[in-house]
Design a protein around this ligand. Structure first.
Ligand code: IMP
Length: 198
């Protein structure tokens, strides 16, 4: 009798190499994580909704329906209390189309310049599609927004976000340190636990 061990293949529907690296580090070796490039996806994946949940589902379903492969997609927002949850679902393009991470940070700092309430949170939602069935996993990390940038690691709003119980920004942390507490990690841990118990 022969036994075959097949690694489960899952596409992570993102074009962000930072996020792919973060998540790959957390996944077990019996799960083969593929990039969009690995399955020859070169087009832009639609992201047309006003909520993080809907966008995550839209991205994962787009890949599943078109390429017929199990996959997951994440969507993340920085939700700032004094800005009524902004930039939220618009975190990537807060300062306008084709803006840079720096432009977005400048806009946040400008909008918060008169505010003493610096409370904020990162929220990630992962949508997993396996054989057409959707499951959602959420990860939240609370923290606060500085009045200036600190640190050069990471990406996005990392230089101005200090997670709760820390005295440094995400951008001052090494990747493995950020990975221990990040919103994406919390969501991915829920995803992994789900996959392991299937
Ligand atoms: P996405 O939906 O995960 O691509 O995230 C949208 C935007 O949120 C990104 O373009 C970043 O500006 C920001 N963002 C997401 N995750 C992080 C993070 O871990 N640190 C800092 N900014 C992030």
């Amino acid at each position: 009798m022969f036994f075959y061990a097949f690694a489960m293949k899952l596409v992570f529907a993102t074009n962000n190499p930072f996020k792919f690296r973060e998540i790959k580090e957390l996944l077990k070796s019996n799960l083969k994580l593929l990039t969009l490039k690995d399955i020859n996806v070169s087009e832009e994946i639609p992201e047309t909704h006003d909520t993080i949940e809907e966008n995550a589902v839209e991205k994962a379903q787009y890949i599943y329906n078109k390429y017929h492969i199990d996959c997951f997609a994440d969507d993340t927002g920085l939700e700032i209390e004094a800005l009524n949850g902004e930039p939220g679902v618009y975190s990537a393009r807060y300062a306008g189309k084709n803006c840079t991470f720096d432009d977005n940070i400048n806009k946040v700092l400008e909008n918060l310049k008169d505010s003493t309430n610096r409370r904020a949170r990162f929220r990630t939602v992962i949508a997993l599609v396996i054989k057409g069935k959707i499951n959602l996993f959420e990860g939240v990390v609370n923290g606060s927004i500085l009045t200036y940038r600190k640190g050069t690691n990471g990406f996005g709003y990392d230089p101005i976000f200090v997670p709760e119980n820390f005295e440094k920004t995400f951008a001052e942390m090494a990747l493995d340190e950020k990975n221990k507490v990040s919103h994406r990690t919390l969501a991915i841990k829920k995803l992994i636990s789900y996959l392991n118990n299937k």
